[in-house]
Design a protein around this ligand. Structure first.
Ligand code: URA
Length: 230
């Protein structure tokens, strides 16, 4: 919400008073004087007027998890362990997953309570590359590279996938960079060649790479720098 609306919603100030408070530099958001009426106030923002706290702001939380095989990218599941079960943190039910992975896919998973941040990470429009290590049942040849760059038509969604970059690493190994996150996207792309994906591991999402010191199932909070990078 805009700062002027936030202040105007308080019963004690009319529009003119809000304007004067801002001009006088009496309002602080997250410890900084905010004079711009359009300054964004979020549920996580701390808002102060002189020495009075108007909103404490909920803490925004961001975690990186090394997702192991055999757990579901969901918050609850009647049968299987979920990725949230692995996160031993308070109020974990407030968190959501930024970019799901299949049951047997491993690698980088990001969880947060900040919807704006996770949207920036996952929206195809922001074109953040998601990089996967892939092993397949059958041989991968050079012909795949151009086909992945051209895009595949996904009839269910009625879309053609954005150009993807495939780098061959071995006869059945590749690294794939895609900017979307369609349902089973990588498996469907290789499925076009009738080539089954046997191993799928997400190495990075945009500027964030899986921390190699995290064993499967381990997690850590993101650093301030990692949070700002998105
Ligand atoms: N593409 C898939 O097919 N599966 C995943 O888990 C992630 C991307």
């Amino acid at each position: 919400m805009r700062l002027d609306r936030f202040l105007g919603n308080l019963p004690r100030f009319n529009r003119q008073q809000v304007r004067l408070l801002l001009v006088a530099g009496r309002v602080q958001v997250d410890g900084q004087v905010a004079r711009d009426p359009l300054h964004e106030v979020r549920e996580f923002s701390r808002v102060e007027l002189d020495d009075e706290l108007l909103q404490a702001g909920r803490p925004a939380r961001y975690y990186m998890l090394h997702k192991p095989k055999g757990c579901v990218s969901a918050t609850v599941d009647p049968q299987h362990p979920t990725v949230l079960d692995l996160l031993d943190v308070p109020q974990r039910d407030e968190l959501h997953i930024a970019g799901r992975l299949d049951f047997n896919t491993t690698g980088l998973m990001l969880l947060t309570n900040d919807g704006q941040w996770s949207r920036r990470l996952t929206q195809p429009q922001t074109k953040l590359p998601k990089v996967y290590y892939v092993e397949t049942e059958r041989l991968i040849d050079e012909g795949y590279v151009a086909r992945f760059a051209e895009g595949f038509y996904f009839a269910f969604e009625g879309i053609t996938t954005q150009p993807a970059q495939l780098v061959l690493l071995g006869p059945r190994q590749a690294r794939l960079s895609i900017v979307e996150g369609r349902y089973h996207q990588v498996k469907r792309m290789f499925g076009h060649f009738d080539n089954k994906v046997l191993v799928l591991h997400r190495e990075s999402m945009g500027p964030l790479s899986l921390d190699n010191s995290l064993a499967p199932g381990q997690f850590r909070a993101l650093t301030a720098q990692e949070i700002r990078a998105i």
